[in-house]
Design a protein around this ligand. Structure first.
Ligand code: TYD
Length: 419
């Protein structure tokens, strides 16, 4: 476990307790090209240790990799999943209707990726502005008519927005607050660009789901923080915001959607108190809640490994589905490499032709699945298992079988008419 001294990235307390160590892992999205493989001795690995801060109960990893190493050429394209695009569209529809948004308003998104969300405001005539540091995804957003500033969102950009009269009526920050080591700067920058009648809608994976469903593979260097509402409410408050409503949503294995406003500018829904009380009952602000996570993770890792190796021993061919960041962590932490998994299919053109970090399994287009007909396919993007299984009906009809590793290792029947 992590040698250096702990200093909480939220409150600076030195009182951290180790929850789990996944060892030295490669960067989960650092896919390799064929030329990189020849230089694989240089592939960087960093310790991946999860800590609990006893002072502010924020769960976090022990070592942050500089954001410039992670987010300037980004392999994650939100529009690759129709679940994600539809999810965004429903939310936009609801907000436009409830808040009567129109041409005189501004919808802003922090980490707007390829415009998967803001495009829905554009179609409804609401002006938008995205901010994202990755030039390759920004180019795709611009093609969709989503005006985007290619930069990291923080004090500098937020001050510029305010100085040029661009305050947000609605601000989205989806799956980004887990990624920003300079957390307080980003949250205070969100507060800065909101007026007293604005709302920020923040979605982030929920630590309770990760712990209870053993989603250990969602721990990677890009994910610095793993939030409970209890921890998150404190961070909002010290930056001038408060949670006025909260929902639990199924996205990414279970997330929180927090509605935040400037303090005392809106009524607080009783759902906020309800969830805080539930967390109190669970004990998410006490280390005991996390104490047996490492042991339970080891059990699930052994189960996945034995299942795949058992199939190989019977002469079965095994492939994987979804070159997700969580897939890198799952394969590397369990030690499943090319000897066990023939290839990984993924629909993202950027990823095809590249190789999974660390284990160097080739990534190929989804058509490969039916062409090659591996006997079993391990769904690494298990958060989209429903969408993937529905799409690959043909593979199942021909006898291919999917394995969903998380939350419980499940081998789906080969017959698509069955579960
Ligand atoms: P995801 O689980 O969203 O993310 P993370 O990288 O944060 O772990 O990644 C899903 C991957 O699966 C992404 O590379 C796109 C791919 N994918 C497909 O190839 N086909 C599909 O039908 C879906 C839904 C995803």
């Amino acid at each position: 476990m992590h040698n250096g001294t702990f200093s909480c990235r939220g409150c600076s307390s030195p009182q951290g307790r180790g929850i789990l160590s996944l060892g030295d892992m490669p960067l989960a999205n650092a896919l390799l090209t064929a030329e990189d493989l020849d230089r694989s001795a240089e592939e960087k690995r960093y310790p991946l240790d999860l800590f609990f801060c006893e002072a502010c109960c924020l769960v976090q990893i022990g070592e942050a990799v500089p954001p410039e190493e992670l987010f300037t050429d980004y392999a994650y394209f939100s529009s690759q999943s129709s679940t994600m695009v539809t999810h965004a569209e429903r939310l936009v529809e609801q907000l436009v209707h409830e808040r009567q948004l129109g041409s005189g308003n501004l919808a802003l998104e922090v980490a707007s990726n390829d415009g998967y969300l803001l495009q829905h405001y554009v179609r409804r005539g609401v002006p938008v502005l995205g901010i994202d540091p990755a030039a390759n995804v920004v180019a795709l957003a611009e093609e969709k008519g989503v005006q985007t500033i290619c930069d990291f969102f923080g004090d500098r950009v937020s001050k510029e927005l305010v100085e040029t009269g661009r305050k947000a009526d609605v601000l989205h920050a989806n799956n980004v607050l887990a990624h920003v080591p300079n957390l307080d700067e980003v949250v205070r920058s969100i507060a800065r660009v909101l007026s007293t009648s604005s709302v920020a809608i923040i979605e982030t994976p929920y630590v309770v789901e990760m712990i209870e469903k053993l989603e250990f593979d969602t721990i990677y260097h890009e994910h610095v923080f793993y939030y409970s509402l209890s921890a998150f409410a404190r961070i909002l408050r010290r930056n001038g915001l408060e949670a006025v409503d909260v929902e639990r949503i199924p996205m990414h294995g279970g997330s929180l959607r927090v509605f935040a406003q400037r303090i005392a500018t809106g009524g607080v829904h009783e759902r906020v108190r309800g969830l805080l009380e539930e967390e109190e009952r669970l004990g998410v602000c006490r280390f005991d809640y996390y104490a047996d996570f490492a042991r339970r993770v080891t059990d699930v890792q052994v189960d996945i490994r034995q299942t795949v190796e058992g199939l190989r021993a019977q002469g079965k061919r095994v492939a994987a589905y979804g070159a997700a960041a969580k897939g890198s962590i799952l394969l590397n932490s369990i030690g499943l490499g090319r000897e066990s998994i023939d290839f990984v299919v993924d629909s993202t053109p950027y990823k095809q032709g590249r190789y999974m970090p660390g284990v160097h399994i080739p990534i190929v287009p989804p058509e490969h699945l039916v062409q090659e007909m591996p006997d079993f396919t391990l769904i690494l993007a298990w958060n989209f298992a429903g969408e993937i299984v529905a799409k690959e009906e043909d593979y199942r009809r021909r006898g291919g079988r999917f394995i969903v590793p998380i939350p419980n290792l499940t081998v789906l029947s080969g017959d698509p008419s069955l579960a």
